[in-house]
Design a protein around this ligand. Structure first.
Ligand code: NAP
Length: 502
């Protein structure tokens, strides 16, 4: 709770009470006068409260001296009552703060000490030793919250937690890379996950990477996650926007599966695979830019992955990681349904892009009889992709665009150019800006966020029929569900599946 007054914190607590087992009162976020009135807060709140006064150097708002901070903590503990529900349940004391009288007072009246360490800049190298040595008596809970600047940082924290199994602790990888440490806190060996009422205008995120409390409860079903929960997820970079957690978690909930699907943003696919092993992840959806880079990590693969050279689905089997590709069928199912055709025979098609997604698209176009031109910014990649199929190729330049005249029954945009979050400085990216639509082309863009890319908008304005990548996404996710679970997708749930975004 990070509002400026106690009254407002109580209001917020009332609204979100059903999502919280314990609440942390961040006294450093209170107005100075309010800070003097904290003693009665636990009784008013009616749930166990953590008393925390975070220094600015640890990511908090407290800028006074240590003397003032200690006397505020003492104020919170003063006049302890026999009925423990009227006292603070926990007191957060940083590992470098040594005030034995405060600790003694807390212990005497049943207030448990959370011994905390924060590093808002990075992840320390000596985490296992730190976790072991922080606890000063057996009843303390160790809290380590460190900034993850990479996937390796999250791996370090996860492994450190495993080395220190058995100790009561809270381990948090702060920031975007560590977002799943807040969902899979059970697997990280944490007693609590910290969340916030972040949709309230005056509730600041108490730390980078925090997930909104309703999202944690309703999207990830946090309270149902146990050591027995099957874990699935999606990896990519930067992975700023994905509908997949919403899709899979809704289906898991509707069918009553003890499973969760989380985002795994990763700057290194090698480290992500190590994390997946540590967490016993059973299935991973692979997205931009790892669909090709993942192949060396597969223990075996479907024939399609071999031919396409791109994999978007990893499933853990007794023989190791199986790589499959559900983009290919997702794409052709979606486009053929849109065109109301059984195949692509006699269709002359331009594919823009030659990355992982384009490989799946070209494979399907060939399988289903199309004649294809592939245009890519990096021209040699277009040539390499076209060669085995004996398709035409070119660059995204004047010459390449000219060739499109003969391949324009269907135009398929497969680059990440118009995708939100990929090119934040240039959202209106149109990879084929030199091409003039005549209005008779059928045009598909694999991008689904935004719904209308600059490219698709231009096609639509020229009178073309246009389709974005959302239907393909859902179709390939259904195949992915079958791959992960070994079951047919429960089609009757489809209308109830929500597509929020993490
Ligand atoms: P990728 O393997 O990283 O390939 C990226 C492709 O985009 C390359 O051809 C790259 O050209 C090109 N590119 C990137 N920025 C560009 C720019 N500014 N101008 C021109 N070309 C540019 O990525 P991917 O896995 O193929 O994914 C590509 C897109 O497809 C993403 O937006 C992804 O979300 C979407 N997708 C959608 C679905 C779905 O279900 N709807 C499924 C798969 C993929 P260079 O070779 O020159 O770098």
């Amino acid at each position: 709770m990070t509002a400026k007054t106690l009254g407002r914190n109580l209001e917020i607590l009332e609204k979100y009470r059903k999502y919280a087992d314990v609440a942390e009162l961040r006294v450093d976020c209170l107005d100075p006068d309010e800070r003097l009135l904290i003693r009665r807060f636990p009784e008013q709140a009616g749930i166990p409260i953590i008393l925390t006064i975070r220094r600015d150097t640890d990511g908090g708002l407290f800028v006074g001296g240590e003397g003032a901070r200690i006397s505020l903590m003492a104020r919170g503990l003063a006049y302890a009552e026999a009925d423990r529900r009227r006292n603070f349940a926990y007191l957060d004391i940083e590992e470098d703060l040594n005030v034995s009288s405060l600790e003694e007072a807390a212990r005497t009246f049943g207030t448990r000490i959370i011994r905390s360490y924060h590093n808002i800049k990075g992840t320390d190298a000596d985490l296992p030793m730190r976790i072991r040595s922080m606890r000063r008596s057996g009843d303390e809970i160790v809290k380590v919250a460190v900034m993850a600047n990479s996937t390796r940082d999250v791996l370090e924290l996860l492994c450190a937690g495993k080395e220190c199994e058995g100790h009561e602790k809270i381990l948090i990888s702060m920031g975007h890379f560590g977002v799943y440490s807040r969902i899979l806190s059970e697997q990280f060996g944490s007693l609590f996950s910290y969340s916030g009422a972040l949709s309230e205008p005056d509730a600041l995120p108490a730390a980078p990477g925090q997930i909104e409390v309703r999202e944690l409860a309703n999207l990830y079903h946090f309270r149902n996650i146990t050591k027995a929960t099957k874990i699935y997820g999606v990896t990519g970079y930067p992975l700023k926007a994905t509908s997949s957690p919403s899709f899979f978690n809704t289906v898991f909930e509707l069918e009553g599966s003890n499973a969760v699907y989380v985002p795994f943003p990763a700057d290194s696919i090698t480290d992500l695979i190590d994390i997946a092993k540590e967490l016993n992840v059973e299935g991973i959806s692979v997205t931009v830019p790892y669909k090709e880079a993942i192949i060396p990590f597969l223990d075996f693969q479907s024939d399609e992955v071999g031919v396409i050279g791109a994999c978007n689905t990893l499933t853990l089997t007794p023989q190791g990681w199986l790589g499959t590709n559900t983009d290919a069928r997702g794409f052709s199912d979606s486009l053929l349904r849109f065109l109301n055709k059984p195949n692509f025979k006699r269709q002359r098609v331009t594919v823009i892009g030659a990355g992982g997604a384009a490989r799946s698209v070209v494979f399907e176009l060939h399988r289903l009889g199309a004649k294809v031109l592939i245009l890519n910014r990096t021209i040699h990649k277009a040539r390499r992709l076209a060669a085995p199929y004996k398709f035409s190729w070119g660059g995204l330049d004047e010459q390449g665009i000219e060739k499109m005249e003969k391949y324009r029954d269907i135009i398929i945009q497969t680059t990440s150019a118009g995708m939100e979050g990929i090119n934040p400085d240039n959202l209106s990216d149109d990879p084929a800006a030199m091409y003039n639509f005549c209005g008779r082309e059928e045009v598909m863009d694999l991008v689904y966020k935004p719904k209308m890319t600059a490219f698709l908008k231009r096609a639509s304005n020229a009178g073309c029929n246009v389709l974005n990548g959302f239907d393909m996404l859902i179709r390939q996710a259904r195949y992915q569900y079958t791959q992960f679970t070994g079951k047919e997708f429960p089609e009757h749930f489809l209308s109830r599946v929500q597509f929020g975004e993490f």
